[in-house]
Design a protein around this ligand. Structure first.
Ligand SMILES: O=c1ccn([C@@H]2O[C@H](COP(=O)(O)OP(=O)(O)O[C@H]3O[C@@H](CO)[C@H](O)[C@H]3O)[C@@H](O)[C@H]2O)c(=O)[nH]1
Ligand SMILES: [Mn+2]
Length: 359
């Protein structure tokens, strides 16, 4: 696609502009294998669970590490908005970063190979996805027209070919797919071995189940809407952290005129979490998603909400108003959403008194 120097994006991995956020309750040994691709980047590690455990960060990495004591110290009374004993604690890392882009990855994901056997540079592909426009208003049947060797197909209106700024790049997984507990239970041996060489824009008005395992986004544009909710210990729900963030961030992107892509790059997801444990953690979410998804599908944000933070405050009011009838938990979640935005704004004061506004 003319006008975008994809070679240059590949050669320059934007190391000054990207932070890598890793939530972990296990070990960081997986970083040994990632060294060729991740060693140039700054890591923000969010250690979940017992803060007295010392976790080892493999040699040579530049990193910040936060445990629960650090989160409590930095956020004070607002620390309650960060989940405990749930991968959703990763969003604390989004808040303390100062970079334009975030790449977040789970600690059981490894370097995947493309069908030619070449190791996949996840950051290079996510940056390509993010630095080229999305096309949410009309579907291109040859997928992302901004990739090398393809373009807009016949019948694609020229007025729409400029596209919109991309805010989210959702990458996929080989080996262990991101299934819910019931699907894991009935297909314990299923593995994803299908490498689909495609990136596509998720159309405007369409929601999707966003997985936090291999995800990149522009935190300047959409960071405040990437709240992974209030889940885990002390809450009636877990493992819907990324789902909540994905639904909210998509409606905010649609409202502000930003795009969301899904597809490449792949990671190799190594570990199947225990489906029985997952069922216990997820069962309320399995019921509530039948209400949460229509809630996000039907809501309309106001014209006055012209930044991600303002949209998110409006979403918090709507959550309280509409979802509390599903369960009183949603009132707590709505309050946590407000605390999240207040904490975000304290740690990320608007530059020159201004937030990033919609186009
Ligand atoms: O209490 C916890 C549990 C986990 N983590 C860290 O979060 C990620 C993902 O955890 P895990 O690999 O156990 O979960 P999966 O089922 O394979 O992954 C999917 O579930 C999602 C919902 O939480 C998650 O985003 C998906 O990728 C690992 O890094 C764990 O160490 C944690 O911090 N606290
Ligand atoms: Mn996993």
């Amino acid at each position: 696609m003319a006008g975008y120097n994809l070679e240059a994006i590949e050669a320059a991995p934007l190391k000054e502009d990207v932070d890598i956020v890793i939530p972990t309750i296990r070990s960081l040994d997986f970083l040994e294998q990632w060294r060729p691709f991740l060693k140039h980047y700054h890591l923000i590690i969010v250690q979940d669970g017992d803060p007295s455990i010392n976790i080892r960060v493999p040699e040579g990495y530049d990193y910040e590490l936060y445990n629960r004591n650090d989160i409590n110290r930095i956020l004070g009374p607002r620390a309650n908005c960060i989940s405990y004993k749930d991968g959703g604690c990763r969003c604390f890392g989004f808040m303390v970063s100062k970079k334009k882009y975030i790449y977040t990855i789970d600690d059981d994901c490894f370097v995947a190979k493309d069908p030619s056997g070449k190791e996949i540079n996840v950051i290079a592909q996510h940056i390509k996805n993010l630095e080229t426009p999305s096309t949410p208003h009309y579907f291109n049947t040859l997928y992302d027209p901004f990739r090398d060797g393809t373009d807009f197909v016949r019948g694609y209106p020229f007025s729409l070919r400029e596209g919109v700024t991309t805010a989210i790049s959702h990458g996929l997984w080989l080996n262990i797919p991101d299934y819910d507990a019931p699907t894991q239970l009935v297909k314990p041996r299923e593995r994803n071995i299908r490498y689909v060489d495609a990136v596509m824009t998720i159309p405007k008005g369409v929601l999707y189940p966003m997985c936090g395992m291999n995800l990149a986004f522009n935190r300047e544009l959409i960071g405040p809407a990437m709240y992974f909710g209030l889940m885990g210990e002390g809450q009636p729900i877990s493992r819907y952290d990324d789902m909540w963030a994905g639904w909210a961030a998509k409606v905010v992107c649609d409202h502000l005129g930003f795009g969301v892509k899904t597809g490449l790059p792949y990671v190799w997801h190594s570990k199947a979490s225990n489906p029985f444990v997952n069922l216990k953690k997820e069962h309320k979410g399995l019921h509530w998603q039948e209400d949460m998804v229509p809630f996000f599908q039907n809501l309309r944000l106001s014209k006055e909400s012209d930044t991600a933070a303002k949209c998110y405050m409006e979403l918090s009011n709507m959550t309280k108003e509409k979802l509390t009838e599903v369960d009183p938990y949603f009132e707590k979640l709505a309050d946590a959403m407000v605390a999240w935005i207040e904490a975000w704004e304290e740690l990320n004061p608007p530059v020159d008194g201004k937030d990033v506004k919609a186009k």
